[in-house]
Design a protein around this ligand. Sequence first.
Ligand code: BES
Ligand code: MN
Ligand code: ZN
Length: 495
Amino acid sequence: MKVQTTHTKLSALKADVSVVFLYEDEESLATHQKEIIAEFPSAEATLGAGDFKAKRKTSVVIYTGNKQLPRLLLVGVGKKADLTIEHLRRAAAYSAKRAASFNVESIALPLLKFNENSAADTAQAIIEGAILSQYKFDKYFTENKDTDKKNINKITLWTETKEDVAGAKAGAEFAVILCQGVNLSRDLANAPNNEIYPETLAKRAEEAGKEAGFHVNVLNKKKIESLKMGGIIAVNQGSVRPPVFIVMEYNGGKKGDKPVVLVGKGITFDTGGISIKPGAGMSDMKMDMHGSASVIGAIYAVAKAKLPINVVALVPSTENMPSGTAYVPGDIITFMNGKTAEIDNTDAEGRLVLADALTYADKYKPQAVIDLATLTGAIVVALGNTTSGLMGNDTALKTRIKVAADRTNEYVCELPLYEEYEELIKSDVADVKNSGGRAAGSITAALFLKKFIGDYPWAHLDIAGTGIAPKETDYNPKGGSGVAVRLLVDMLRNW
Ligand code: BES
Ligand code: MN
Ligand code: ZN
């Protein structure tokens, strides 16, 4: 997507579709419409009818008869007093989708500044909404391809205020990089298991590293065995495809500065193993590596934006398959740090591979560790598909995540890790049991992880609901959402 920022007047724009945002407030709407009619007389018939009230997610198109600016798309943004950055992000998404329906290639969007928001933040939100709304996972279609179908490939962000151009340009450029990270994450999550399995996930991480400028080291099965990563080995036991442990390092900060470590669950397909899942909906489990997709997308964007911070991303990756060689309930396994776990349910596999990664993370003496995982169905029951579960042991770190969540509108909600819950994962035969049953399922999963953290501030994001979207929403597609890429990058940018 080509994005440019210009200082211009509406009448001087060149684009297939030129968007104008309008407030619902009567006086503002009347004035604005009058100005539009003065400039584009053909708007009189449409606007004169008075049907368009500028409510959110409504629009009207005006054909101008002007070759360089053939279509004006008036888009409502609701009442001025109610407008937020997120509404603007959604309005831009709505505009881009509506514009795309005209089968055009270029669109112009106005920098609608309001309240105290900077030109950069405003521009970033508008460009994010527009680009993210155009994502499609369509590479596998071979039939019924509409060869005349055009995609929006150019966005012009324009402002009449000269002082805003520099800020808007910076915000728009940052948004482009962010969206590349989000869309990389979506592509990885949506890819089926016969495209993305541990070794190909590692390859894609290597490609991303080459392109964005971060270092990638892939530990193979032999290395994983020699490190005694018993959690990864146990989950991998039923699979014919070998596991990988992907280590990504970006050094944008000072030499010697301790890194922030991100850990992403990389189960490329979760059948449940011997404790096999029901068939209905199982195909969603190709996205059980969304945690890894999120951290790869995030480190990619951090590196591309050259943020001044050291970041490490770790991905323990394997399939979870049933077979004659698979691990079974009752098995007792030993992890990299020497602790043991009784396997109560082979479908509670994510925490097992994360346990070894959280141990491995300690060697960096990290400032903080954040793991992301499609870890529990229970979090979908509790928070649905709009909010990720947040748990952790450090208030300052959790606050950083909450602040970034607010800024990016990637909601999080904290669940408690009271020690009373630990009772649920006590084992009669090992240090811990890998399943605590149905009650407080997301909390007991996090408490399991907590047993494997090193001496560092730690937070866990359960993205089982937010990573896998059952339907399209404003700027997010159905399927892999790319969740938490924007949140993580915002947090690291403001570290
Ligand atoms: N990958 C699943 C969690 C999941 C469920 C993600 C639905 C996305 C949508 C995870 O490995 C799992 O199976 N968890 C079990 C744990 C249980 C056996 C303790 C679950 O949530 O049922
Ligand atoms: Mn599972
Ligand atoms: Zn899983």
